[in-house]
Ligand binder design. Structure first.
Ligand SMILES: Nc1ncnc2c1ncn2[C@@H]1O[C@H](COP(=O)(O)OP(=O)(O)O)[C@@H](O)[C@H]1O
Ligand SMILES: [Mg+2]
Length: 409
């Protein structure tokens, strides 16, 4: 009780939870009114659930966890010297803010970044002068975890460099948790741009602080979000757009499978085991670059609780496949025209088959069975109402079996 009381004494926490509760209430209304993944039930009950859900976030962000507490024994810890400084306060002389304490405009952000560079708080030559980089407000793309969002394009060096500057709604704890990624050995090879088969985890390379604002500066993910592939497909409806969707989801299925197995205690040799999951694996948080077949995960704050307790990988699978259930995740201009059944028929088989195919062949049948069970009995089962799930899994089983037999010959 005391913890909850103390927590709400803090103005920022109060504001954050007020916003979260309103957001969840609005979501429950959208569920009822929109015909997305309609679930029957008492609306009042849903409101209560939404409030409880909002409060359930509280212990994570309010209680500081030590480094040791955050890592299950399967993850090796590196020296904490590698961690970027979270309390990296920048001088705000000359920088203009609005009444809420946000940057007044893009020029204010540019000056802030230039100050940071001059003070040695931002040791990247891409920021050496505001005259060679451009800041663009990207507020229209931000979700709940973000207070301010900007794209930065820099021509200060020979090559064009693009960055995202994200003001973390969960301020200090969020930044501290993200910085923690740098102390885990297994993440070393995954942070920042590199080549497949592993995903790139886009994590801030530098944190910049003013007042109670903790901003993460990170590279812009290569390629486009999976949601934009959906947008193209719905708008164009051409065989080429269809092919691009299939390829993207196939690559994401494969990458997620490899990522999940990397952190499983038996590395996939025992089928699906608890592991590190992305935790907010919807189609806006996954980027795919067709030219390099490279998959990047952004918005990785939700991965942090998994570092404390490994989680069920089915959550990521379920989360991606049910992205269509949430109206706020569907690009606005296709909300009326998208045919969800058709969309599922397109992306589901390519994603699932690739995910399962990358497990050891002795485990594929078991993994497929567990996914089928989750999709047909889990909380989003109504998404697949008009869709022949049984038939799809039967076909996939047959495909995998034939492949296995051919391999054994
Ligand atoms: N590193 C990045 N590269 C490209 N786009 C990004 C990146 N980070 C954020 N974005 C864009 O900003 C949006 C919101 O950022 P995100 O980190 O997902 O925050 P939120 O928690 O608010 O969803 C994303 O959906 C994406 O369009
Ligand atoms: Mg996001």
């Amino acid at each position: 009780m005391t913890i909850y009381y103390k927590f709400f004494q803090n103005e920022i926490n109060k504001k954050f939870y007020k916003e979260k509760i309103f957001f969840l209430l609005r979501e429950s209304r959208l569920y009822r009114e929109g015909n997305w993944c309609m679930r029957q039930g008492n609306h009042l009950l849903k409101k209560i659930k939404a409030i409880l859900l909002a409060f359930s976030f509280l212990p994570l962000w309010s209680l500081g966890c030590s480094k040791e507490q955050l890592c299950p024994p399967t993850l090796a810890i590196l020296s904490s010297r590698k961690k970027p400084l979270v309390n990296n306060t920048v001088t705000i002389e000359g920088v203009q803010f609005d009444k809420k304490g946000n940057f007044l405009n893009e020029a204010a952000v540019a000056l802030f970044l230039e100050n940071a560079y001059k003070e040695g708080k931002l040791p990247l030559s891409a920021f050496k002068s505001a005259s060679c980089f451009k800041v663009t407000d990207y507020a229209q793309a931000k979700g709940l975890q973000t207070r301010q969002l900007f794209i930065i394009e820099s021509k200060c060096d020979a090559q064009l460099a693009r960055y995202i500057l994200k003001d973390l709604a969960v301020h200090y704890q969020g930044a501290r948790h993200l910085a923690h990624f740098y102390t885990i050995k297994e993440f070393e090879a995954l942070i920042g741009p590199h080549m497949p088969p592993y995903p790139s985890l886009i994590i801030p390379v530098v944190f910049l602080k003013y007042g109670q604002h903790y901003m993460g500066l990170m590279p812009y993910a290569s390629g486009r979000s999976l949601a934009t592939f959906m947008e193209d497909y719905v708008k164009m409806n051409t065989p080429e757009a269809k092919k691009r969707v299939i390829k993207a989801y196939r690559e994401v299925g494969k990458t997620l499978s490899i990522f999940h197995q990397l952190f499983m205690p038996n590395k996939g040799e025992n089928g699906l085991e608890k592991t590190v999951i992305q935790g907010d694996f919807h189609h806006l948080n996954i980027f795919y670059d067709p030219s390099t077949k490279h998959v990047s995960f952004i918005d990785n704050e939700h991965m942090v609780p998994c570092l404390k307790h490994l989680k069920n990988p089915l959550k990521d699978i379920e989360s991606l496949l049910s992205s269509v259930c949430f109206p706020h995740l569907i690009p606005r201009d296709i909300q009326e025209t998208i045919n969800i059944q058709k969309w599922l028929e397109l992306m589901l088989p390519s994603f699932l088959l690739a995910y399962v195919k990358h497990y050891p062949s002795s485990q594929q049948e078991k993994v497929l069975h567990e996914i089928e069970k989750r999709l047909s009995e889990g909380k989003y089962k109504n998404v697949y109402k008009g869709y022949e799930l049984k038939l799809l899994f039967k076909k996939m089983r047959k495909f995998l079996l034939t492949r296995k037999e051919n391999n054994e010959k």
